[in-house]
Design a protein around this ligand. Structure first.
Ligand code: C5P
Length: 399
């Protein structure tokens, strides 16, 4: 979580600058206030208008603007922040930072600050590998500047190699790690299930559901942010694997249970996956054929194992804390309380998945935590914020 944190984002002039717009949004989701400074070159790639609209504040650009100076001098700008982030950081700005130049507002701020600085480089692979850049990186690292990325991959210039901007969630994680050295879950192991399960009918068809996996993935990341060693067992989703988490990709409920068992022992298990209640009895080995005039095939369903109930069952391997989810469309607390008793878990995070709530696939969630001490409704918040709050509660319970 970054609640109350002030981040000063320097956007330098590279093609990856458009991704900094996404970074601003994700930092705000986690509660941070973001103020931005564009270098002269960055203005060729993103507009001050877009950055100002997204960051909901002024965009600082001009070293000698009387208006900016009278409102807030450059020293003051960096003083008011908890962290300065340079993303994307081009070879050019790394060189200017290493040389201690103050040739425009962005570099002046970076020279004038006494706050921690994180840079996320992005540039052509040859520029990154060039001895000059590598020497500048070494200099900056020696001065205590944090780095996230660059990653290896296909680049906008049609080349392949290190130089891609780190993924936005990885930049957010790096920021959180720099700002929150608090790691109350260090030494603890967590299992998180996420996403849907898909139950095969034949080699090409399956039964699935609408779970996006956003909430489960956010919980895995939030637990990892607090220092837990997290195994995320995920059904197929469109999401990237969260940084700093070990991910096991599965398809069916049976595979999900096997992967959870393999990840034991654990201190906490959070079952956020939307596990299919039924699997197909006999999965056809060949594609079912549509015969002209023939009757549609009958598919016999059999109950799937209940992963939450299995992990909650008393025994030596039971995690100290088992948390389930209850997606309900009515009588939320009543149904979720009954589910807690039926499954044998410690907590149920109950959420309203009626169409009106827009939880499935959406970015926000309003949940009620059901525990032995009753029902505690939480305010509606982003799935990241719900995850961070749950991770904090888990850390308290395990401490
Ligand atoms: O029974 P229901 O699907 O409503 O319960 C939801 C909770 O149980 C969720 O935490 C879900 O991850 C878990 N579950 C499970 N295995 C199943 C069915 C549900 O772990 N087969």
């Amino acid at each position: 979580m970054l609640a109350g944190k002030k981040i000063f984002l320097v956007i330098a002039g590279g093609i990856a600058a458009y991704k900094s717009l996404e970074l601003i949004r994700r930092l705000q989701d986690r509660g941070a206030t973001v103020r931005c400074c564009l270098t002269a070159n960055a203005r060729e790639f993103v507009t001050p208008m877009a950055v100002s609209a997204l960051s909901q504040g002024p965009v600082y650009m001009d070293q000698f603007s009387l208006k900016d100076e009278s409102e807030m001098g450059h020293i003051e700008l960096s003083r008011q922040s908890d962290l300065l982030v340079v993303a994307p950081a081009t070879a050019n700005i790394l060189a200017r930072m290493a040389a201690g130049m103050a040739d425009e507002l962005a570099t002046t701020l970076l020279l004038a600050t006494d706050k921690p600085v994180l840079v996320a480089p992005a540039m052509n692979v040859r520029m990154w590998l060039h001895a000059a850049t590598q020497a500048n990186v070494a200099t900056l690292k020696a001065r205590g500047i944090g780095f996230v990325g660059p990653e290896e991959g296909a680049m906008a210039c049609n080349e392949f190699g290190p130089g891609r901007l780190a993924e936005v969630p990885d930049i957010v994680s790096a920021i959180e790690t720099m700002l929150n050295p608090r790691r109350p879950l260090a030494g603890k192991r967590a299992i998180v299930t996420s996403g849907p399960t898909v139950e095969p009918i034949d080699p090409v068809r399956f039964i699935a559901n609408r779970s996006s996996g956003k909430q489960g993935h956010a919980i895995a990341r939030a637990l990892a942010d607090l220092g837990a060693a997290v195994t995320l067992v995920s059904g197929p989703t469109a999401l990237d694997d969260p940084a700093g988490v070990s991910v096991v990709h599965v398809e069916s409920a049976r595979d999900m249970l096997a992967a959870c068992r393999a990840a034991l022992p654990a201190d906490v298990a959070v079952c956020a996956a939307a596990v299919a209640d039924w699997g197909v009895d006999t999965v056809a080995t060949q594609k079912l054929k549509k015969e002209p005039g023939g009757a549609p095939p009958a598919i016999r369903l059999v109950p799937n194992p209940d992963i939450l109930a299995t992990l909650s069952a008393p025994g030596n391997a039971r995690p100290r804390l088992v948390v389930g989810f209850a997606a309900e469309t009515e009588k939320l607390v009543e149904h979720a309380t009954a589910k807690r008793a039926r499954k044998g878990c410690d907590w149920i995070v109950a959420n309203d998945v009626s169409a009106a709530a827009g939880t499935f696939g959406g970015d926000s969630n309003q949940v009620t935590l059901i525990s032995e001490s009753g029902a505690d409704p939480w305010p509606a918040a982003s799935k990241e914020a719900v995850a961070a709050r749950l991770a904090d509660r888990i850390a308290e319970a395990l401490s």
